[in-house]
Design a protein around this ligand. Structure first.
Ligand code: CU
Length: 275
């Protein structure tokens, strides 16, 4: 059974196994295919056209399915591995153990943003950025340099309190839980964390930084927490919406999974503590 844990609670052995599984997927090419898929959706999801992975109601079920597929790939390397989550309301500084050299490594150097320590530093030789939007092949970060702090617990609470899952026009201008969690409107949770990390995490090829998975695992957990608080609030829209994935429409690129299939995470994984 897959149990997703808070990254801050991982043992040294769990960190080592997670890192080694990431490096193995990088070596065999599977890792970069996930980066390619994410970037293709970032580029094609538009507010007034077809939208599946982002700026739309299916942002949450799409990323849930994407993370499950990635987690299964990790488990094909090491069956003991599960995706950890990063609660950035709690671990909110650049000196968090998340950024230590035995886990994800730290921020980038001033000159070019290059991450210089940890298993994903360019000098380690195992983490070349191949799927990229410019010529730079090294992992980059600029933790916290954008000026804005990571979201607070109170800001998360204000979004979890929203009773409607989503609302017309089902895009980046929508009211409701999904768009406030995604961050195009209001206090800005998910998008702001991408910007706070900086480097590749602030681009369409954001999965080049392994923290992508820990960030999205926490976003995913917030969705389950929202469901617990609003048991009578359904996924929306229900049916018949142009350009948007309704409850029982299949999602690209898999075409065999619907938002309805993704509403309950428990067949796939559970959490270390109650959501
Ligand atoms: Cu994201």
């Amino acid at each position: 059974m897959t149990v997703r844990k808070n990254q801050a609670q991982l043992t040294a052995d769990e960190k080592r196994r997670f890192v080694n599984a990431l490096l193995a997927l990088k070596r065999n090419g599977q890792y970069d295919s996930f980066v390619t898929t994410h970037n293709a959706f970032i580029m094609s999801d538009t507010d007034n056209g077809d939208r599946v992975g982002h700026r739309s109601p299916s942002f949450l079920p799409w990323h849930r399915r994407f993370l499950i597929q990635f987690e299964r790939a990790l488990q094909s390397v090491d069956p003991s591995v599960a995706l950890p989550y990063w609660d950035w309301t709690a671990d909110r500084t650049t000196v968090s153990s998340l950024w230590a050299a035995d886990f994800l490594g730290g921020t980038g150097r001033a000159r070019d943003g290059q991450v210089m320590d940890g298993p994903f530093a360019a000098a380690s030789g195992g983490w070349t950025v191949n799927v990229r939007v410019d010529g730079r092949t090294f992992l980059r970060r600029a933790l916290g340099s954008g000026g804005r702090q990571l979201p607070t617990k109170a800001e998360v609470e204000s979004v979890l309190a929203m009773p409607a899952y989503d609302a017309p026009p089902w895009n980046s201008s929508s009211d409701g839980f999904r768009n406030h969690l995604e961050g195009w409107r209001g206090v800005n949770l998910h998008n702001r964390v991408h910007v706070w990390v900086g480097g590749q995490m602030a681009t369409g090829v954001s999965p080049n930084d392994p923290v992508f998975w820990l960030h999205h695992a926490f976003i995913d957990r917030l969705w389950s927490e929202w469901q617990r608080r609003h048991p009578d609030s359904p996924y929306l829209p229900a049916a018949g919406t142009p350009h948007v994935v309704d409850l029982r429409d299949t999602m690209r690129p898999w075409n065999d999974v619907t938002p309805a299939d993704m509403l309950d995470h428990r067949p796939y994984y559970t959490y270390d503590t109650a959501a």
